[in-house]
Design a protein around this ligand. Structure first.
Ligand SMILES: NC(=O)c1ccc[n+]([C@@H]2O[C@H](COP(=O)([O-])OP(=O)(O)OC[C@H]3O[C@@H](n4cnc5c(N)ncnc54)[C@H](O)[C@@H]3O)[C@@H](O)[C@H]2O)c1
Length: 398
């Protein structure tokens, strides 16, 4: 078993979560170099996490001769530069979400890592939460039949740093920040080889004095007829609401990752300590999260990344996935303006192209399709059926 030496770029919220995860459970992988623009912040972070090397120069941090893997936890407008430098240095590179601010940026990043032949991973943690991984396995086993609809919701009172609220630096608002998670969760459930075809999106700036959207709802239509819905908000009060649903022809799954995880607490005096990311208060009814790093998927995500890096395999999420998500979000921004369904423009598509929307039908008898069966309050059972030739709908006691 190998251990990886990591350069961590960024000492903010995600740099902290990633380092907490990597150093948290006596992991053999170590952050051995930290980059921050501020020498004081680099020093504080290095002391806190026992990191031997500190840099205030991005290129030097990436090119550190001992570094094997670069992890990018910088604001969205810095991802491309960090990826291009990592590829040029021949280093494996893992980038946080969203990969780019646009599909064009993401495509350049994908091109750079593929041309350089370096390992690349897209750090989409919410596709790796323990609940999502288990649900995904059930879906892939066929427990829900054909997936018809997914819904993913991420809503909280808004991000914690200035740059998120600057549309130029972040590339948008709640869609680019939170929609990227929701879109990729839906894509995982529907199947990554199914092409996203078109989107319909509503987005508005309902509350905050910003240029970008603070709320949005979108529908992503896939080539096999499945629909994936996302809901995102930067104005939702009371904590971080992270919920997903997936519904298929034979069943459905609902997951709640954060606000209602089975841990509820009331305190009139506070004093409970840190509650959870985006919790707005430490008094009253609280919904703490037991092991936030694990619940948010960081542990399983890095395990997959490093296991695949060492075995020369493709991780569950790589830059190609980040590119597809960016392309879907680009279409959402066009649709929010045009108020119409807009196509998802994909210059690169590596999935199936033979798919059309297929109808699932089951026979009731030789002449009829079965629409559904129903058990009535008095115990009788009936079938609602459709005549194959005439199209007439009727019902029959069975
Ligand atoms: N669940 C997740 O996967 C998740 C959660 C939060 C953030 N993120 C992503 O992580 C990235 C960073 O977000 P964050 O929450 O850590 O933000 P943050 O503001 O907490 O930290 C950003 C870090 O980058 C540094 N920085 C800011 N401007 C810079 C600049 N111009 N040049 C160099 N460094 C600069 C800051 O000093 C800080 O160390 C973003 O891309 C964000 O979308 C992902």
């Amino acid at each position: 078993m190998k251990s990886q030496k990591i350069t961590m770029l960024g000492t903010g919220l995600i740099g902290t979560f990633y380092t907490m995860c990597l150093h948290g459970q006596r992991s053999r992988d170590r952050v051995h170099a930290i980059y921050s623009r501020s020498p004081e912040r680099a020093q504080t972070f290095a002391s806190q996490w026992d990191i031997p090397k500190k840099y205030t120069d991005l290129k030097q941090a990436i090119e550190d001769p001992e570094t094997e893997v670069v992890v990018i936890g910088l604001p969205n407008n810095q991802h491309e530069e960090a990826v291009l430098l990592s590829a040029a240095a021949g280093k494996a590179v893992l980038c946080t979400k969203p990969l780019g601010r646009t599909a064009e940026e993401a495509r350049r990043m994908l091109n750079a890592v593929e041309t350089a032949g370096v390992f690349h991973g897209y750090l989409e943690d919410l596709a790796y939460t323990p609940k999502t991984l288990k649900a995904l396995k059930s879906v892939q086993n066929g427990a829900l039949g054909k997936v018809l609809w997914t819904r993913s919701r991420e809503a909280h009172p808004g991000p914690h740093s200035d740059w998120f609220w600057d549309a130029e630096m972040s590339g948008g608002g709640a869609i680019i920040d939170l929609g990227c998670h929701c879109i990729e969760i839906g894509r995982n459930y529907i199947g990554k080889d199914i092409r996203p075809v078109e989107v319909m999106c509503w987005a508005d700036t309902q509350l905050k004095p910003i240029d970008a959207e603070d709320n949005a709802i979108g529908l992503v239509k896939y080539a096999n007829g499945a629909i994936s819905q996302f809901e995102v908000s930067w104005t939702y009060r009371g904590g971080m609401d992270l919920r997903d649903e997936v519904a298929g022809s034979e069943g459905n799954i609902r997951t709640d990752h954060f606000l209602r995880t089975g841990f509820e607490m009331f305190t009139d005096v506070g004093l409970g300590g840190y509650v959870a990311e985006k919790a707005e208060s430490d008094r009253g009814w609280l919904f703490p999260v037991g092991d936030e790093v694990h619940e948010l998927g960081y542990n399983d995500m890095f395990s997959d990344m490093f296991a695949c890096l060492e075995r020369d395999k493709q991780p569950m999420e790589d830059f190609y996935d980040g590119y597809i998500v960016n392309a879907i979000m680009d279409a959402c921004y066009v649709s929010a303006k045009s108020k119409k369904w807009e196509p998802v423009e994909l210059d690169i598509w590596r999935g199936r192209s033979d798919l059309v929307q297929e109808k699932l039908t089951s026979d009731f008898d030789a002449e009829h399709f079965l629409i559904k069966e129903e058990i009535l309050p008095d115990g009788r059972k009936k079938a609602i059926i459709k005549n194959k030739k005439s199209g007439k709908v009727s019902e029959k006691l069975i």
